[in-house]
Design a protein around this ligand. Structure first.
Ligand code: PEP
Length: 238
């Protein structure tokens, strides 16, 4: 399976000039998720990269100030959307119920969803089984009543590893990846599984070489052009 690297630029716009002339090899899929106003900049400057959004709303249109619908994203050439990022769960009080509505609306509009799940440090301190149990329940709530799971990408992002500079142990992330994939074993459509949490150019390869980890969701390191280029290059060899 092709590796997938998703760059979450959060509320930042890195310099785009250094990407001039950079070509993505077909063996990897690269998705850039800039803040909404910068879709056009990414489209114009990064040929070969795919476009993703960092969020979406569940309604089609109407009096929902500040929100963007799945169809609006689609019509702009956006193919992917991050849903349920832990920063939104924390800062915007996004609940699993809201995330579930977003998942259904985005899938219904034909977007590929990148659903973020992961345990806090309080949970992880209790051990890997507690973390697995937490993630299993979170997935059950976020995907409640979702019949067709094709196109779903699950990003396992332990909350304590995001933006902390301390990635999970690659072997632990791979164990969780195997576990999450086993939860979908009865479903006809295979899911793709990304690891996210302080991935950088030094450790990306150690995650990507596991066959159950299909790629990475990269935040901070994706803002540094040289670092992201190195991560992309590592994805060619894993
Ligand atoms: C993220 O934003 O999903 C993320 C994983 O961030 P970072 O790589 O900075 O931990």
């Amino acid at each position: 399976m092709k590796k997938l690297i998703v760059a979450n630029w959060k509320m930042n716009l890195p310099a785009l000039k250094p990407w001039k002339g950079f070509r993505v090899q077909k063996k990897t899929e690269i998705v850039i998720c800039p803040p909404f106003p910068y879709f056009q900049n990414v489209k114009g400057n990064l040929p070969g990269f795919k476009l993703g959004a960092q969020d979406v709303f569940w309604e089609k249109s109407g009096a929902y100030t500040g929100e963007v619908s799945p169809a609006m994203l689609k019509s702009f050439g956006v193919g992917y959307v991050i849903i349920g990022h832990s920063e939104r769960r924390e800062w915007l009080n996004e609940t699993d119920e809201m995330i579930n509505k977003k998942v259904k609306a985005a899938l219904g509009a034909g977007l590929k969803i990148i659903l973020c799940v992961g345990e806090s440090w309080v949970v992880r301190k209790r051990g890997v089984s507690a973390a697995k149990n937490f993630v299993k329940n979170q997935l059950a709530r976020d995907l409640h009543d979702v019949k067709n799971k094709s196109g779903i990408i699950v990003a396992y992002e332990p909350v304590w590893a995001i933006g902390s500079g301390h990635s999970d142990k690659p072997s632990d992330a791979a164990e969780m990846a195997r576990f999450i994939k086993s939860l979908f074993a009865s479903s006809k459509s295979k899911i793709r599984l990304l690891y996210g949490g302080s991935v950088n150019d030094k450790d990306a390869a150690s995650f990507l070489h596991y066959k159950e980890i299909d790629g990475a969701l990269v935040g901070g390191a994706s803002l540094k052009v040289r670092e992201l280029k190195k991560i992309i290059t590592q994805s060619y060899h894993n």
